[in-house]
Design a protein around this ligand. Sequence first.
Ligand SMILES: [Zn+2]
Length: 203
Amino acid sequence: MRLVFMGPQGSGKGTQAKIISETLNVPHISTGDLLRNAQGELKKEVDKYMLKGQLVPDELILKILKERISNKDCKKGFILDGFPRTLNQADELEKETEIDKYFEIFITDEEAVKRLSGRWNCKNCNIAYNVITTPKPKVSGKCDVCNSDLFQREDDNGEATKKRLELYHKEIGPLIEKYDVIRVNGKQKIEKVAHDILEKLEV
Ligand SMILES: [Zn+2]
């Protein structure tokens, strides 16, 4: 079962990818993690872009992804999280491997803005909390692990979030038009969202 999970920031797609990957016993492949954990020559290539804060080009992501999904543990399938995000990326990916199903964990922009505004991070150990969804800190404004103060990131403020959402819709629109994307309501409880996904997979 080769799956792609998409969704706007705050939709919980990463959480769902993790749950479903454990249920189906297939790897959860987050492109972000893949890029951060690249080794050797690939790491050098990735760093050329990441260290400058630039987007890693599609060809390079595909190259790394191709290598990853050729691993033995992907024989039964995999869940991609974070790639593709655009029609072009999806087309290129389909040349390498056939995707069985595309999912979009959908929440409204309003909900995304609300959820992201609830994000707090620990100044010391960088653990992420969310006072609107989960995990909430046990003591308001303090890290559960190290008791340091929590802070909010600049880029989680309303304006920056709206810009990112705009870009998300612009990029994902053509992909949704071409590929058969299954939309799941991400505003429900985590367990219910996972249940809905599994139902669509008929497992
Ligand atoms: Zn901490």
